[in-house]
Design a protein around this ligand. Sequence first.
Ligand code: AMP
Ligand code: ZN
Length: 462
Amino acid sequence: MSLALYDTWSRTVRPFTALQPSHVGLYCCGPTVYDHAHIGNLRTYVFEDVLRRVLELNGYKVQHVVNITDVGHLVSDADEGEDKMEKGSRRTGKSAWEIAERYTRAFMSDWRALNLLEPTLWCRATDHIAEQIAFVAELERTGYTYQTNDGVYFDTSRQDDYGHLARLDHAGLQAGKRVALGEKRSATDFALWKFSPPGSTRQMEWDSPWGRGFPGWHIECSAMSAKYLGPWFDIHCGGEDHIAVHHSNEIAQTQARHGTRSANFWMHGHFLTLDAAKMSKSSGDFLRLQSLIDRGIDPLAYRYLCLGAHYRSKLRFNHEALEAAQAALDRLRKAYTSWPVGGTADEDFVARFNAEVNQDLNLPRALAVLWELVRSELPDETRRATVDVFDAVLGLQLAEWRADTFEIPADVADLARQRGEARARKDWPESDRLREVLRAKGWQIEDGADGQRLSPLDAKGA
Ligand code: AMP
Ligand code: ZN
């Protein structure tokens, strides 16, 4: 088997070889925990999870590191505006530390609901302030920084190939600068350390050689990836929005300090879009996993939807496509559970499936192989055993799924959906009223961490 992956650095699909035999270091930029993750963010984590599973399929042991951004990510990529955490704190009336805790927990619950493999390590930016300060101090010592009234900045003019990852025209950007620079010398320079505003205290701030303040957003990933995976590791991932700024800046810093571009492969998941517009957490109005669950969708149906689009193409979200994904998953579960255990996987099908996933994670084609298998004339137990092999990559938890032993009538399903929507918009009287209507019809609703669950009154836990 040979694995080939698309590398944004070289803009090519090229053969993947690990830097150390049978071991892969994988760093994925994690969530900024000032609010819930939206389903767009989650698409990127599904892509990264599939990548990890495919690496494991190829026999690699993956050291998978995911960070939690709980400080320093400013509202604007141009190093201006508020820290998103402090903004979240104002929105909710809770402390920045409390909301970090709350949304980290919510994120991990989404993570498990989507059956994403647990990373080898989660690391928080606020637990690595000393490493970030040491990184900046080293950049300062080697002349890559300058100081302004509001912080310490990285001087991108020191690097001729700054922005190569994004194919930025650095010289052109310098010449044609029209952006408000503040005290920055160049539009592409970025903050390494920001000072707390004079005369005020931030909720999250630390002492540093340059004054009290907080780290810039990019330095956390460079400091933590180097700490846990070394300054030259295999794969660094994120969403496509990270190419131009966040990852270009990570590379600049690491190049300056360690002389490497940090990772051998840079991989990026393309966006999930909603009605052609970018789905943005900061716009305040977004779909999260719970919004889908409230409409009766299984989180794994969302996972299935993501698998159906190649990670390097945009996925335009709509509810019809999601419902089709749910229907396909239901059909697959039904077929799978009707087949007996005890067979052996069909080698030809496995080889075809593996070839697709090894060709830059071509999951849409791999799903086509899956359905061809389901519809094939192979013995039932062979089909089941083959799907088991596929599911190690697909992560649809087919073997764990248990069919509900009851049918839900259409009117009951409709009431349950309305009740879920009432709950989602925190309309408690309506939500309680609908619960009672359902009870009168002989159905009960239980609210759990992954949404509401409907069951007949006389068959609790069925
Ligand atoms: P954030 O929580 O904003 O730091 O983003 C977490 C991850 O989600 C990053 O890898 C982003 O690149 C990614 N991301 C943000 N928006 C989208 C979107 N609409 N579709 C897919 N991935 C996204
Ligand atoms: Zn990052």
